[in-house]
Design a protein around this ligand. Structure first.
Ligand code: FE2
Length: 150
């Protein structure tokens, strides 16, 4: 298996979101690098960061969608929730001592690419339009970023 390459095809055109997606890709690639390792601590570390960061990212995305009045925000939230549950099962299996890295990598790569290209791309226009208006009026985006990512 190869590292996941970041290409312009994965960009949805909202800079903070693209940055976050890119960081998730970095985490996936870190996992790729250490797959098959017997060092559980190393896997723990990447897994924790990946999960934490993804959760903040989803919360951020959901807030953007909500603020923008995106029609399918609830459906999108459900997709996020299902994914979190799916990853949670991997984390539990890992905790029980199973080596899940390879299987998780396949899931993450397929899921993320599909999700960005389809689901995330779908909200991007609505959010972009709204962002334009809002950013002019306030530091809304900056405040949201601060809230989720410190
Ligand atoms: Fe999403």
């Amino acid at each position: 298996m190869h590292a996941l390459k970041w290409t312009s095809e994965l960009e949805i055109g909202i800079p903070p979101i693209d940055k976050q997606h890119k960081r998730i890709v970095d985490y996936i690639n870190q996992l790729e690098e250490i797959k098959g390792t017997t060092n559980r601590e190393e896997v723990d570390n990447v897994l924790n960061q990946l999960v934490d960061y993804t959760l903040s990212h989803f919360a951020f995305e959901e807030e953007l969608m909500e603020e923008s009045g995106y029609m399918f925000v609830n459906a999108h939230k459900r997709v996020h929730k299902l994914f979190v549950r799916k990853v949670g099962v991997f984390v539990d299996r890992h905790k029980l001592g199973e080596d899940i890295t390879l299987e998780l990598l396949i899931t993450l790569k397929t899921w993320l690419v599909n999700h960005i290209k389809n689901d995330d791309n779908d909200y991007s226009e609505v959010v972009k339009n709204k962002m334009h208006l809002k950013v002019k009026k306030s530091g809304w985006l900056k405040n949201s970023l601060k809230k989720f990512f410190g």
